[in-house]
Design a protein around this ligand. Structure first.
Ligand code: RB5
Length: 149
């Protein structure tokens, strides 16, 4: 089965989400768009819908868009099992997959242009976690923090 990417935005991230959908369509990357349609909404509601798809194994990874990416990342990281990273540079988008096993990329529609955002999405989706070793130990400690607090 093809890997599915869950997408969601508020009004601040809507235009960038639409740009990224064009990129995903061109590469035949399967996605589900959980909204919204560009109208004013509250980003935690969208973050919750996208993250639930990941937790339920209905999507492999998520991409959330708001004005800065920050609100989405704060909300998403409240959900057990979600490791959301707000990125605006290529190195971070790559290493948050390699080292943090981030499962949600958060992008700022008022921060990034479509070209830069597309590069971040490309590297995020094509990079795997460095399983085993010190990074697994650290990610396991993140899970322990979630369970203990
Ligand atoms: C909405 O105006 C804006 O606050 C939101 O998109 C986001 O940037 C929050 O972090």
């Amino acid at each position: 089965m093809d890997r599915i990417i869950a997408l969601g935005s508020d009004h601040g991230g809507y235009s960038l989400k639409e740009e990224i959908k064009k990129y995903l369509d061109e590469r035949d990357i399967k996605y589900i768009d959980l909204g919204n349609d560009g109208s004013r909404c509250d980003y935690p509601d969208i973050a919750q819908m996208v993250c639930e798809k990941i937790i339920e194994n209905k999507a492999a990874l998520g991409i959330l868009f708001c004005g800065t990416g920050i609100g989405m990342s704060i909300a998403a990281n409240k959900i057990r099992g979600i490791r959301a990273a707000v990125c605006s540079d290529y190195f971070s988008a790559k290493y948050t997959r390699l080292h943090n096993d981030a499962n949600v990329l958060c992008l700022g529609g008022r921060v990034l242009g479509a070209g830069a955002a597309t590069e971040l999405v490309e590297v995020f989706l094509s990079t795997d976690f460095e399983q085993g070793g010190r990074h697994s130990v650290r990610v396991d400690k993140i899970s322990k923090l979630e369970n203990d607090n």
